[in-house]
Design a protein around this ligand. Structure first.
Ligand SMILES: C[S@@+](CC[C@H](N)C(=O)[O-])C[C@H]1O[C@@H](n2cnc3c(N)ncnc32)[C@H](O)[C@@H]1O
Length: 395
C-alpha cells in the first residue's frame, strides 16, 4: 500500500494492513459524529490553554488530539496501543500539526513522560461510562505522576441512568440461544448470556418506564458504583432488560456535556449497555420497577437485581463471562508459582536481547532450545520478531 506522508513508508504500510475493517468502521463513526465533535470543540475552547501538554489517551484516529491542537494546545501526546497510531501520525502530519505531536504506541499503563501533563482527553467511556475501564486508566496516570495533581480530565464526570426496557425479539441478545432452529439445547450459552451486559443500540420505544438518574461517577474515581433506584412504568409489557446510559460532562463549569439517552434527539452516536432480565417480568402501567446495581470497576464485574411487586431476578457477570478459569485465577499470597515452558522461552529471549544478541542469533537460540514451543522455524522467527517489536526501542 503506497501512501504519502509516512515517516517510514514500508513500516507504515505493514501496520496499515493490520488496522481491521471493524476499527475503520468504529473510528469512521466517531469522526463523522457532528454532535460529539461539536461538544468537544465547545469544551476545549474553554478548557485548553496555550501552554498545555495534553495526553490523548487511546487516540484512535487522533480526532480528539486534533481538536485540542486546533484549540491551541502546545503539545499533544498521542497514545494508542494499536497499529492505528501509525495512521493517526500521518493524519496529524497531513493536518499540519506534526511538529506539536509526540507518538507513543503503548498502553497508557506503560506511558511515562519527562514532565507531567496538564490535561488528559479520553473517549473510553463506553455506553455506560464504566465498562471500558476509563477510571482505572485515568487513576493510574495520576498515581504514577504522569498527570499533574490538578490536571484536567475530559470528560470530567458522568451521570449514569437506568431504565426498564422491552427489547423487540429481533434485538434481544438472549433469543438466539433459546432458538429451536438447530434442535440442540444451548442452555449453557443462554445462562451465560443472561448474566452478561450487552452493547446494543436501543430506541425510545423500548422504554417501559422513564430512565432515572442512578449514580454520579468521577473520571478519577475507580471505586465501586452501587445504587438502588425505581422507575414507575408508563407502558405495560415484558421487562426483558435494564438499559444503562449516561451523560458525560466534558466541561461541567460551562454545562458542556454529551448523552446517549435514547429519548434525547440531541444524543451522540454511542451504544447502550443492556442488562438482561431473564425470564422477563411482565409489568402493568404504574408498576414500580426497582433496579439495584453493584459494579466493581476494578474487577469489571457487574451484578444487577430487578424487583417488580413480589417478582425478583438477579444476574451477575460472575456467572457469565467470569466463568473463564483464567479470569477467576487468584493465587494465595504464599504460593510459589513455577515458570512455565512458555514463560521460560520468553524470559530467555528477553535475557538474550538484553545481552545484545543479534536478531538472527535470537531466532537460532529460540528455535534450538525451545523447539518444543514452535511447529516450524518460521513460527520461532515470528515469535522473536514480535518480542522485539513489543519490548525493544525502535532504532
Ligand atoms: C473508543 S476509541 C477512541 C478514539 C478516539 N479517542 C476518538 O474519540 O475518536 C479507543 C481507542 O483507544 C485505544 N485504547 C483504549 N484504551 C487504551 C489505553 N488504556 N491505552 C492506550 N490505548 C488505548 C484503542 O486501541 C482504540 O484505538
Amino acid at each position: 500500500v503506497a501512501r504519502s506522508g509516512g515517516t517510514d513508508r514500508r513500516e507504515t504500510a505493514r501496520y496499515a494492513r493490520r488496522v481491521s475493517w471493524s476499527e475503520l468502521n468504529e473510528h469512521g463513526s466517531y469522526v463523522s459524529d457532528g454532535v460529539k465533535i461539536e461538544a468537544y470543540r465547545r469544551a476545549f475552547a474553554n478548557l485548553i490553554r496555550p501552554d498545555d501538554v495534553v495526553i490523548d489517551m487511546g487516540c484512535g484516529s487522533g480526532l480528539l488530539g486534533l481538536l485540542a491542537l486546533e484549540a491551541g494546545a502546545a503539545k499533544v501526546v498521542a497514545v494508542d496501543s494499536g497499529p492505528i497510531l501509525e495512521l493517526a501520525r500521518e493524519t496529524f502530519e497531513a493536518n499540519g500539526f506534526g511538529d506539536r505531536v509526540e507518538y507513543r504506541r503503548t498502553h497508557s499503563a506503560q506511558l511515562t513522560l519527562d514532565q507531567p501533563a496538564d490535561v488528559v482527553i479520553c473517549d473510553q467511556i463506553g455506553g455506560f461510562a464504566h465498562e471500558v475501564g476509563l477510571t482505572r486508566n485515568v487513576r493510574d496516570l495520576f498515581d504514577r505522576g504522569v498527570l499533574k495533581p490538578d490536571a484536567r480530565v475530559v470528560p470530567d464526570s458522568f451521570d449514569l441512568f437506568v431504565a426498564p426496557v422491552s427489547a423487540p425479539e429481533s434485538d434481544d441478545p438472549l433469543r438466539p440461544w433459546a432458538s429451536a432452529a438447530s434442535g440442540f439445547d444451548f442452555g449453557p450459552f443462554q445462562r451465560s448470556a443472561a448474566n452478561s451486559p450487552f452493547r446494543l443500540t436501543a430506541t425510545a420505544d423500548w422504554l417501559l418506564g422513564p430512565g432515572v438518574p442512578a449514580a454520579h461517577l468521577d473520571a478519577r474515581d475507580e471505586d465501586k458504583i452501587t445504587f438502588r433506584v425505581s422507575s414507575r412504568t408508563q407502558t405495560a409489557g415484558p421487562v426483558t432488560g435494564i438499559l444503562g446510559y449516561m451523560r458525560a460532562h466534558l466541561d461541567p463549569a460551562h454545562g458542556v456535556s454529551l448523552t446517549n439517552d435514547p429519548t434525547d434527539p440531541g444524543r451522540f452516536r454511542r451504544w447502550h449497555l443492556y442488562h438482561p432480565v431473564e425470564p422477563a417480568i411482565h409489568v402493568e402501567v404504574g408498576d414500580e420497577v426497582t433496579m439495584s446495581f453493584d459494579v466493581n470497576q476494578r474487577g469489571h464485574l457487574s451484578t444487577w437485581q430487578v424487583t417488580v411487586n413480589d417478582e425478583q431476578r438477579s444476574a451477575s457477570q460472575f456467572f457469565g463471562d467470569f466463568l473463564d478459569p483464567l479470569v477467576m485465577f487468584d493465587p494465595p499470597g504464599d504460593s510459589v508459582p513455577p515458570l512455565s515452558r512458555t514463560g521460560q522461552c520468553r524470559r530467555a529471549t528477553l535475557d538474550a536481547i538484553a545481552a545484545g544478541t543479534p536478531f538472527s542469533r535470537l531466532v537460532e537460540l529460540v528455535a534450538g532450545e525451545y523447539a518444543d514451543q514452535f511447529r516450524t522455524a518460521d513460527e520461532a522467527r515470528r515469535f522473536v520478531r514480535d518480542m522485539v517489536a513489543r519490548y525493544c526501542e525502535r532504532t
